[in-house]
Design a protein around this ligand. Structure first.
Ligand code: NAP
Ligand code: G4F
Length: 322
């Protein structure tokens, strides 16, 4: 048991919930930044049974004073910046707010850490979206970036701000370049969860079709529960660094759909409708990560196959639809 204190922004999101669970299990005091909303955003912490174990602190990534207060109240040894407008599709509709939250917001957190406790270990939730129009068949820490969305552009700013604070101020700042990771707690707008929710509704007779955009896109999908362990391992190193976290396998959206439908004995072609509404102005056609550095330096490997992951998500959605 560590007795350490952690502050997590984005604590109500998919990764925030799993990371809270992991850190609580290790004996951390977990503090989470809670952005004020009119709706209930605590459902993920509730599903994991940890809603009462996380100390919630009101604040917003675009309010530096609230972040300074959160650092003071939490007395955090480790800070995980997971908060973001994380849906790529929305970033074309709201490019400026995406830049403010995902880019400037990360800089605000770095400033709050530098001002209150520059010795705290900082983790930035970077993304394979920064590779965008890929410059190498397998993307690693040394692959050049080429973002293809306002989200990817904003995240690239946050990545370089993290590197810059490490180099400028000697801060223990790490950038985890995580490839797509999913779970039963994934937001409904992302393609895996949209599919597993639809499969469950179709199986229960509540929905008759599934409308998707580009099903030829390929993603390197892993399980969020595995990926938050890599985040924690980064903050435990002697020095901060940049790490790709991925499975090293890529799969089309089409094949992921087949796995989901086959899990309940249905055929995807009986329900799938291609709808141009879900095409993006610029697409990331394929992502495939090289997690060799995370394997060797962090000792991290993914434990969950895509079949296990999608099966777990379909089963959870079937329970929700029963
Ligand atoms: P998520 O489920 O969308 O969670 C995003 C979190 O950010 C939510 O808690 C949200 O709060 C919070 N947030 C949004 N705007 C905020 C603001 N202005 N101030 C404070 N908090 C704010 O995302 P996720 O899948 O857990 O991903 C976690 C992080 O990893 C994100 O930064 C994402 O961009 C990045 N990432 C994700 C993946 C992936 O495949 N999941 C891959 C690479 C990188 P509300 O609940 O109140 O909206
Ligand atoms: O599930 P997606 O929306 O995830 P995307 O765009 O890859 O972004 C996710 O992963 C990033 C890491 O690479 C994160 F940084 C980011 O925050 C987020 O978590 O879409 C995956 C693919 C895309 O190619 C999209 O065009 O699925 C394709 N797709 C096809 N039809 C669809 C749909 N995506 C969505 N959301 N909805 C569809 O109907």
């Amino acid at each position: 048991m560590t007795g350490k204190s952690a502050l997590i922004t984005g604590v109500t999101g998919q990764d925030g919930a799993y990371l809270s669970q992991l850190l609580l299990g290790k004996g951390y005091r977990v503090h989470g930044l809670l952005a004020r909303r009119s709706t209930d955003t605590l459902w993920r912490l509730r599903e994991l049974g940890i809603e009462r174990d996380v100390n919630l602190i009101d604040g917003d990534l675009n309010d530096l004073s609230s972040l300074i207060r959160a650092m003071e109240v939490s007395r955090a040894d480790e800070v995980y910046n997971l908060g973001a407008q994380s849906f790529v599709g929305t970033s074309w509709q709201q490019p400026i707010v995406t830049a403010q939250i995902d880019g400037v917001g990360a800089l605000n957190v770095l400033e709050a850490v530098r001002i209150v406790n520059a010795k705290a270990h900082f983790y930035q939730a970077s993304t394979s979206e920064m590779f965008g129009l890929i410059q190498a068949e397998k993307q690693s820490e040394t692959t050049p970036f080429y973002p293809r969305s306002p989200y990817g552009v904003a995240k690239l700013m946050a990545h370089w701000a993290t590197v810059n604070y490490r180099e400028s101020f000697g801060m223990h700042a790490s950038s985890g370049i995580l490839f797509n990771h999913e779970s039963p707690l994934r937001g409904i707008e992302f393609v895996t969860r949209k599919v597993t929710d639809a499969v469950a509704r179709i199986k229960r007779g509540k929905q008759s079709e599934l409308r998707l955009g580009n099903i030829d896109a390929k993603r390197d999908w892993g399980f969020a529960g595995d990926y938050v362990e890599a985040m924690w391992l980064m903050t435990q190193q002697q020095v901060g660094g940049d790490f790709v976290v991925a499975t090293g396998t890529t799969t089309t959206v089409r094949r992921m759909c087949e796995i989901a439908f086959e899990h309940v004995g249905l055929k995807v072609e009986d329900y799938l409708v291609i709808d141009p509404e879900f095409y993006r102005p610029a697409e990331v056609d394929v992502l495939l990560g090289d997690p060799a550095k995370a394997n060797t330096v962090l000792g991290w490997t993914p434990k969950t196959s895509l079949e296990q992951l999608i099966g777990m998500m379909v089963d959870a959605d079937l329970r929700r639809q029963s």
